[in-house]
Design a protein around this ligand. Structure first.
Ligand code: PMP
Length: 306
């Protein structure tokens, strides 16, 4: 049984098609060479119906990923935003995961992507807690991966590119096979980059630290939300490089992303960390209300479907 639960419609190149008819040709260019860009977004139930959290920021990042790959999106940011809303509305769900993807379609082959047609699709489906229902209470077991996060001159980590996720999947499988829940990736200089699908925050001496984009992290939208919430809660938070020993002697650690939301970390390479720590709990609590439109100061992040 596939774990993805079908919803009625998928948006493909301007049309809502039936879920089972959302198909592509085997010679779709991106399937072969990994030059696709995508986003992972969540819609939450709010008092005013479903709302997509920071939808505009996600679609701007999609466009930036496309710019890095020299891929011309055939739709404007505003058109993709509206298409995401239409797709969520078509599911009838009050909360779901939203996956826009732009890919090089059928018709050209070879390693020059520039002549390829760019296709865009948006699918939505229900998706629960990515790192498990008790990721916030019991925390996740982290392993520092033997796989290195690719550097800026190998595969640009700032672009959310389909091909980049081979690196993440290698690390994820290694961690799972070794009995851990998730992997932490070091960059080629040996500094902390991020997790396979989340950014990382470490608390030391009363201050939160998260690695920069330059360290090989994706510029996470949840990371930005967390930094804003921390600031508003009066918790000092800086963007700075971290070494693995910073993790081993951390006061608390959490990771965050659209899918994982705010998830506590209970150990790194079998060194236990206080879990969930006070900063993790305070920030996760505000984040959980903010995404559901229950925090007035973050209302602009909540983009209603209707
Ligand atoms: N890093 C990676 C590699 C990711 O795939 C994600 C998920 N998009 C994140 C960080 C977190 O980004 P966001 O908070 O924007 O979901």
């Amino acid at each position: 049984m596939p774990s993805v639960q079908p919803t009625p419609k998928i948006w493909m190149n301007g049309e809502l098609v039936d879920w089972e008819n959302a198909k592509i040709h085997i010679l779709t260019h991106t399937l072969h060479y990994g030059m696709g860009v995508f986003e992972g977004i969540r819609a939450y139930e709010t008092a005013d119906g479903p709302a997509i959290f920071r939808l505009t920021d996600h679609i701007v990042r999609l466009q930036n990923s496309a710019r890095i790959l020299m891929m011309d999106l055939p739709y404007s940011v505003d058109e993709i935003i509206q298409a995401c809303k239409d797709t969520v509305a078509s599911t009838g769900l009050s909360a779901c995961y939203v996956r826009p993807i732009a890919y090089l379609g059928y018709g050209e082959m070879g390693l020059n992507p520039l002549p390829c047609k760019v296709d865009v699709a948006i699918a939505c489906w229900p998706w629960g807690a990515y790192l498990g229902d008790d990721a916030l209470t019991k925390g996740v077991r982290m392993k520092i991966s033997s796989w290195t996060r690719h550097d800026h001159n190998t595969m640009p980590p700032a672009a959310k590119t389909t091909g980049n996720y081979v690196n993440s999947s290698l690390a994820k499988v290694e961690a799972l096979k070794a009995g851990y829940d998730e992997a932490i990736m070091l960059n080629p200089a040996g500094l902390i980059a991020e997790c396979t699908g989340e950014n990382l925050f470490v608390s030391r001496n009363g201050k939160l630290i998260t690695p920069p984009l330059a360290a090989g992290a994706l510029e996470g939208i949840t990371q930005h939300s967390v930094m804003t919430i921390a600031d508003d809660l009066g918790i000092a938070c800086v963007v700075d490089d971290l070494a693995r020993s910073d993790l081993y002697i951390a006061d608390e650690i959490f990771c965050c992303g659209t899918a994982a939301e705010v998830s506590a970390v209970n150990s790194v390479d079998d060194r236990p960390v206080t879990c969930p720590g006070p900063f993790t709990k305070a920030i996760a609590d505000v984040y959980s209300r903010a995404v559901r439109g229950q925090e007035d100061r973050y209302k602009t992040w909540v983009e209603h479907v209707r």
